[in-house]
Design a binder for this molecule. Structure first.
Ligand SMILES: *Cc1c(COP(=O)(O)O)cnc(C)c1O
Length: 392
C-alpha cells in the first residue's frame, strides 16, 4: 500500500535519500578533486592562460574522443556554441527555428541573435523533450515544401532547423525526430548543453544531427568556469567552426589577415585546463550520480502522487539534475513543496518559465503546448551533485 500524497512525505523522502549529508544541500555543485589544481597551476606557472596554450587542443581532442564526434571546438560558453551551430546550419534572418518551449532561454536567444524566429513546439512526458510524433503531425498541417526547402504556410517564413534540447540530461527520442527533419528538409542541431555523458541508443547525444552545442557552465555536469563546445561529424563544418570562433584569422607569421566576420569565442587556455581535469573525472561523476538516482528512486517509490523521472529504454541519461514530477491533481502543491524543501536547507527549483511566457518571445509562432504547460507546473528539480551519491 502506498501512502497518500502529502508534502511532508515528499520532504521525508528527500531526507531519507540524502541521509548523512549535513548542512545546506545545493542543487548542483562543481567538484574539483582531480587534476584541476595541477593543470591550472601549470597555466599560471607558464603564463599560458589565454588564447595560446596546449590545453585547448587537448580538451578538444578529449571531447571528441569521449563523445565519438569527429570534431569538437571549445568556445567561451554554450550560448556562443549554439550561436555558431546555427550559423553553420544556414539559419539566417527571418528564418524560423523549431525548438521546445520548455528549455533554457539561451536556446531561443541564440536564434534571435541571427534575426531568426523561435517557433515553439510541445514536449512529451516520456522524455521531457520535443515530441517527434506531435511535431510531425503539426508540420503536416502548417508546413509546405518548396523544392528542398520548408516553409510555414501561416507566416510565409522559411523553417530552417530543429533544435531539440535534452532536458536535465535526458535524451529526447532522436531517431523519429531525425526522421521528421529528413522528411521536411530541416537541419537537426542538438542543444546538448545539459547532456554530456548521456547516450541515445549507445551513441552520445549531440551526434545525431549536423551539429550540437555543449555547455560547461558552473552548474553543468562538468565545468570550465564558463565554457562550451561545438560538436560535429563533418570535418569541413568543424574547421569552419574553429575559424569562425577564432576571429576568422588566416594563419600567418605576423600579418593580421581575417577573411570573414568572425567571433572572439575561443575558450581561454586556463579554462580548457580545468576542462581536461573535469573530463577525466566525468566517468566517476556519472557513477555516483546514478547511485544517487537509485537512492531517490527507492525513497519515492512508496509515495503516491509524485514520481522520480527515469530514463527511457533507448536512453542512458547522465542524470545531471534529478527531477520529481507531480501528478496533475497535485500540481497546485508545487510551490508549497518548493517552500518547505528550501526552508529545510534542501535546494529545489521549478522548471524554467516556458519561453512563450517571456515578454520577448510572447509573439513567436507556436503549436498547442498543453504537455509543456502541464509539465512546467509539475516539475521539481532536486539536489543532484555527484558527492551526494556517496553514502552519507
Ligand atoms: C546552460 C544551457 C545553455 C547555455 O550554456 P551557457 O554556457 O550558460 O551559455 C543552453 N541551453 C541549455 C538548455 C542550457 O541548459
Amino acid at each position: 500500500m502506498k501512502a497518500a500524497f502529502d508534502t511532508q512525505a515528499v520532504l521525508n523522502g528527500l531526507h531519507s535519500a540524502l541521509a548523512g549529508h549535513a548542512g545546506f544541500i545545493s542543487l548542483h555543485e562543481p567538484e574539483f578533486a582531480g587534476n584541476e589544481w595541477g593543470y591550472v597551476k601549470e597555466c599560471l606557472d607558464t603564463g599560458w592562460v589565454s588564447s595560446v596554450g596546449s590545453y585547448v587542443d587537448r580538451f578538444e581532442a578529449m571531447l571528441a574522443d569521449y563523445t565519438g564526434a569527429r570534431r569538437a571546438v571549445a568556445v567561451v560558453n554554450g550560448t556562443a556554441a549554439l550561436h555558431v551551430c546555427l550559423i553553420l546550419a544556414g539559419v539566417g534572418r527571418d528564418d524560423e527555428v523549431i525548438m521546445p518551449a520548455l528549455t533554457f532561454v539561451a536556446t531561443a536567444n541564440a536564434v534571435t541573435y541571427l534575426g531568426a524566429i523561435p517557433h515553439f513546439t510541445d514536449s512529451e512526458e516520456r522524455t521531457l523533450g520535443l515530441d517527434p510524433a506531435r511535431l510531425g503531425e503539426y508540420l503536416a498541417e502548417i508546413a509546405e515544401q518548396r523544392g528542398s526547402e520548408c516553409f510555414n504556410r501561416v507566416t510565409g517564413r522559411r523553417i530552417k532547423a530543429v533544435v531539440p534540447m535534452h532536458a536535465f540530461g535526458h535524451p529526447v527520442d532522436l531517431d523519429p525526430l531525425a526522421e521528421v527533419c529528413d522528411r521536411y528538409g530541416l537541419t537537426l542541431v542538438e542543444d546538448a548543453a545539459e547532456s554530456l555523458g548521456s547516450f541515445y541508443k549507445e551513441k552520445h547525444t549531440g551526434r545525431h544531427g549536423r551539429l550540437a552545442a555543449l555547455s560547461f557552465n558552473g552548474n553543468k555536469i562538468i565545468t570550465t568556469g564558463g565554457g562550451g563546445a561545438i560538436l560535429t561529424d563533418d570535418d569541413e563544418l568543424g574547421l569552419l567552426a574553429k575559424h569562425l570562433t577564432t576571429t576568422a584569422k588566416v594563419p600567418h607569421r605576423w600579418e593580421f589577415v581575417h577573411d570573414m566576420t568572425g567571433f572572439n569565442y575561443r575558450l581561454p587556455n586556463i579554462n580548457a585546463a580545468l576542462g581536461c581535469a573535469q573530463l577525466e573525472e566525468l566517468p566517476g561523476f556519472l557513477v555516483r550520480k546514478r547511485a544517487l538516482t537509485e537512492r531517490y528512486a527507492k525513497a519515492f517509490e512508496g509515495i503516491n502522487g509524485i514520481r522520480l523521472f527515469t530514463e527511457q529504454p533507448f536512453a542512458r541519461s547522465n542524470y545531471w539534475l534529478n527531477t520529481l514530477i507531480l501528478d496533475e491533481v497535485h500540481a497546485h502543491e508545487r510551490d508549497t513543496l518548493l517552500a518547505i524543501t528550501n526552508d529545510a536547507g534542501i535546494m529545489t527549483r521549478p522548471a524554467w518559465q516556458l519561453l512563450h511566457h517571456l515578454p520577448m518571445y510572447a509573439a513567436c509562432p507556436k503549436m498547442d503546448l498543453r504537455v509543456a504547460e502541464s509539465l512546467a507546473q509539475r516539475i521539481i528539480n532536486i539536489p543532484s551533485s555527484a558527492r551526494l551519491g556517496e553514502a552519507g
